[in-house]
Design a binder for this molecule. Sequence first.
Ligand code: ZN
Length: 233
Amino acid sequence: MQVIEEFTIKPTTLVCPACQSMFASPTIVTMPTISRDTPVEADLHRVLPDAAVRAALVAMCPACNYTWWVTAYRPHLFKPQLVPPTPLVDSPKKFAHAVLTGRQNQAHALDLALLALNGCWCAREAGQPHERWLDLAGAELEKALKDPEWKGNRGYYHYIMGEICRQSGYFKGAIEHFGAVGPSSMLPRELVERQKVHAVSGDAKPVRLPPDLVETIFCPQARRRESLVSEEQ
Ligand SMILES: [Zn+2]
């Protein structure tokens, strides 16, 4: 068991959905809940304390290399010490294997974009270059947004695409995508306006969200309680 700033990672026996082999892979067993003080960046991801924590979100089968979100694997009661371990792969590289598995299985462009984004965040958490990951995430998300059959929250993903463009230094594209974010995205107007200002001023750096916005987006219940209390006063 490994404890990294309240995140606990433990080897677990998993069954591969592709070849049914059993293997041991690190999985996250406890994760602190998000509060207003949790580090969250403007592309709406929680900054994790170590690349190994994010890498534990995906698992890689040693028998057939099938790599996907750990939730796709069935846990098994066998002791993890008694089954083969997952291959030793550098944390961000696990996401590259997952993208490959997604391509081999005709996964939707949005799935590939989300894996690439996690690869990007994982690379940064590992102190490695992340630019190629950002390019890949942008290319796949562009495809997803152009798919007329896809029924996801387009406004939300136009916002994410705006952030990918902004962080890639493509400010014109960022402003266009931020402009396509409507109320159905469920995102606070303030967030979109803030990031538009960064794009207009040519700022490509990742941006940490202020605690108020983290609370509004990730802890709406705490926010509601607070407003009820202030209404009563
Ligand atoms: Zn397998």
